[in-house]
Design a protein around this ligand. Structure first.
Ligand code: FEO
Length: 165
């Protein structure tokens, strides 16, 4: 018998879609940045792309471990016609705020269902979202402070391995 309820399984499948969609968005950003010679920022967003895939796998592993069923949802093509670096970093921050809202909804749903199995998993994601909002908000602030995007790119590197998951 499955340890996961159908309702929570459905919610996690939707979240897996959110994470894969996030990966796709960051891959689009990474490509645009590299095409326009912002190579450090492009690498930053490529690492973010890989992190989002890891997030999707983490949810998928939980569904499988609890006897649920992974159903991958479809998603639309990401925005590709980025105008500038400022637009990208602001969009990344806004997207992370959106994802935080989705994680919070999962926390609320698990409580409503009195399902305590995913508590550790969701706590990890709550902390991860603090880190992701913080790092993308920092990009917005730094981009505004530098004013020159090539200089901003030159001084952008991912600082810690701890943000790589
Ligand atoms: Fe998986 Fe960037 O949230």
């Amino acid at each position: 018998m499955a340890l996961i309820s159908e309702k929570f399984n459905d919610a996690l499948n939707a979240q897996i879609g959110e994470e894969l969609n996030s990966a796709y968005i960051y891959l689009s950003m990474s490509s645009w940045l590299k095409e326009n010679n912002f190579n450090n920022l492009g690498e930053w967003f490529f690492s973010q792309y890989n992190e989002e895939l890891a997030h999707a796998y983490k949810f998928m592993d939980y569904v499988v471990e609890t006897g649920g069923t992974v159903k991958l949802p479809g998603f639309n093509a990401p925005k590709n016609d980025w105008q500038n670096v400022e637009e990208i970093v602001k969009a990344a921050y806004a997207h992370e705020q959106h994802i935080t809202g989705k994680i919070n909804e999962l926390v609320v749903l698990a409580e409503e269902l009195k399902d305590y199995g995913p508590r550790e998993l969701l706590t990890w994601f709550v902390s991860e979202q603090i880190e992701e909002e913080s790092s993308t908000s920092e990009l917005v602030d730094r981009q505004a402070a530098f004013r020159n995007d090539m200089l901003f790119d030159h001084h952008t590197h991912r600082v810690s391995e701890s943000s790589e998951e």
